[in-house]
Design a binder for this molecule. Structure first.
Ligand SMILES: NC(=O)CCCC[C@@H]1SC[C@@H]2NC(=O)N[C@@H]21
Length: 484
């Protein structure tokens, strides 16, 4: 069929009450409490006609673990090649109550169910990389089809900071599966910032829709969940079904059904403690749709024009640890250029009202981001400073009062991987209010309906990333895959 109905559930995970190791029965009791909530969401999604539902990373037991304390929560998850329906044959691969229950939820409600659980794989001294406790532990996504069959298993490749409870898989896995409603790929959370497996799934394996369980901590100004995930779907030209964990203390909120044209529906709520189900109808094969966005040459416009207004003063400013080059937008309207290293960013803008209480800047960043894992960003951004003191430009700010009649932002990017972001006051997206031209300009269509926080072209130069320090230490002989 041309379309399908997709659902994501932002789940407020019930966390373990103790940091100590618990028995397998206690671990299962906690996981069952979470699965009780997920089951209600799955039933509701199925009633609304959904063909597939995505639930969040860490959604069944949380994230506060050591290798040892997570062990009772893990199950051996077989390769889907084995053709297994845990609901009808629960003991075929040993004890697997979580897989059994997820499979039954899928089967009983005739819906594909996507969940994130932990996989354990015993190893021994014949494997020189085998951890000293005799097992590998993986952060794992699983997919059960509408008959309850395990059809996909994906081990998270780009672990985030303190996920010390899990191992890095030796190689990235490129997991896809076909359905009557398109080809699907899957990866998890921090993976979205890297080439493998994310870009390979889209550009080489040509998936239509990416399934994306996440536990994403929001970071303004460029990396709040809905902002970046919506931009990634647009930049890559695929559907992205993003289910975030809901935990406001950890700044985790923001889920959505994102398409190549922008968000179909999304949710961001930092006030409530409740979860939320989102359901929407999406194109099954967006690349075949007549209005699929044309390819973009991200540097075409910016390299073709002369730098605007060379006499604007620039100043350095920190966005977290990254030092940007900024230039203040002193007037109600104008043209600006700001450059850093190989990147020049151009902006034409007109504010609806120029308030004395708010300062906006144009910023450029071209360099390595990150302290342990170092990966290369090229960023052009129009952003609101926290207050009128220029030293606050780049600090998180959630509200604004200034609307724009127009903006047009472009940059001399050295990459094809540029993700267009527009964020309004209150961390709200701007569906249908902006467009990306084939020459690389990100511009408003009819001005902004709400005050503006940021307009950003977020570029990733994957080939300039430094080798991952831990992965190179563990697996020094792994070859770099040839890039397209
Ligand atoms: N569970 C995860 O893998 C979390 C990862 C991503 C969070 C993103 S990565 C860069 C930003 N820094 C954060 O703390 N949150 C954002």
């Amino acid at each position: 069929s041309d379309t399908f109905i997709a659902a994501v559930y932002e789940h407020a995970v019930i966390l373990p009450r103790t940091a100590h190791k618990v028995s397998p029965d206690d671990a299962l009791a906690l996981m069952n409490k979470n699965m009780d909530v997920l089951e209600r969401a799955i039933k509701e999604a199925a009633q609304q006609g959904a063909h597939i539902i995505v639930t969040p990373e860490d959604g069944i037991y949380g994230w506060v673990f050591t290798r040892e304390t997570i062990y009772p929560y893990l199950e051996d998850i077989p390769d889907p090649e084995v053709n297994w329906i845990p609901c009808t044959d629960p003991t075929r691969f040993g004890r697997a109550p979580v897989q059994e229950r997820l499979s039954c939820m899928a089967r009983n409600n005739s819906i594909y169910v996507v969940a994130n659980i932990g996989d354990k794989k015993p190893c021994n001294s014949s494997d020189p990389k085998c951890p000293s406790d005799g097992r590998y532990q993986y952060n794992t996504d699983v997919v059960f089809d509408s008959e309850g069959k395990l059809v996909a298993r994906y081990h998270k490749y780009n672990l985030f900071r303190q996920e010390t409870q899990f191992n890095y898989p030796r190689e990235p896995e490129f997991v896809t599966f076909e359905t009557p409603f398109g080809k699907f790929g899957i990866f998890t959370c921090f993976d979205i910032l890297f080439r493998e497996p994310a870009v390979v799934l889209v550009n080489e394996l040509q998936v239509d829709t990416v399934l994306f369980p996440t536990a994403w901590m929001n970071v303004l100004p460029f990396l709040t969940a809905v902002e970046f995930h919506s931009a990634w779907a647009m930049g890559m030209g695929v559907n992205l079904l993003s289910a975030n964990t809901h935990n406001t203390i950890m700044s985790m909120t923001g889920s959505g059904l994102f398409t190549p044209h922008g968000p179909s529906t999304y949710y961001y709520n930092s006030k409530t403690k409740e979860g939320r189900l989102l359901v929407a109808e999406l194109s099954a094969r967006p690349r075949l749709s007549p209005n699929y966005p044309p390819a973009v040459n991200w540097s075409s416009y910016a390299t073709s024009i002369k730098n605007y207004s060379g006499e604007n003063k620039t100043f350095p400013g920190a966005v977290r640890r990254d030092i940007f080059t900024f230039s203040e937008l002193k007037h109600k309207a104008g043209n600006h250029t700001v450059c850093q290293k190989d990147l020049c960013c151009h902006l034409t803008y007109q504010m609806s009202n120029k308030s004395k209480d708010e300062v906006y800047v144009l910023g450029a960043f071209d360099g390595l981001h990150g302290s342990v894992i170092k990966y290369h960003w090229q960023i052009c951004t129009l952003l609101k400073c926290k207050n009128t003191d220029l030293s606050t430009c780049g600090q998180p700010v959630e509200t604004a009062q200034t609307k724009f009649d127009m903006f047009s932002l472009s940059g001399t990017f050295g990459t094809n991987y540029v993700f267009p972001e527009v964020l309004y006051s209150g961390v709200q997206l701007a569906p249908g209010e902006f467009e990306v031209l084939s020459d690389g300009r990100l511009q408003s269509k009819n001005g902004t309906s709400k005050p503006l926080l940021t307009v950003t072209l977020f570029g990733r130069c994957y080939e300039k990333d430094l080798p991952h320090p831990l992965r190179s230490f563990l697996y020094p002989h792994n070859k770099k895959r040839k890039q397209l």
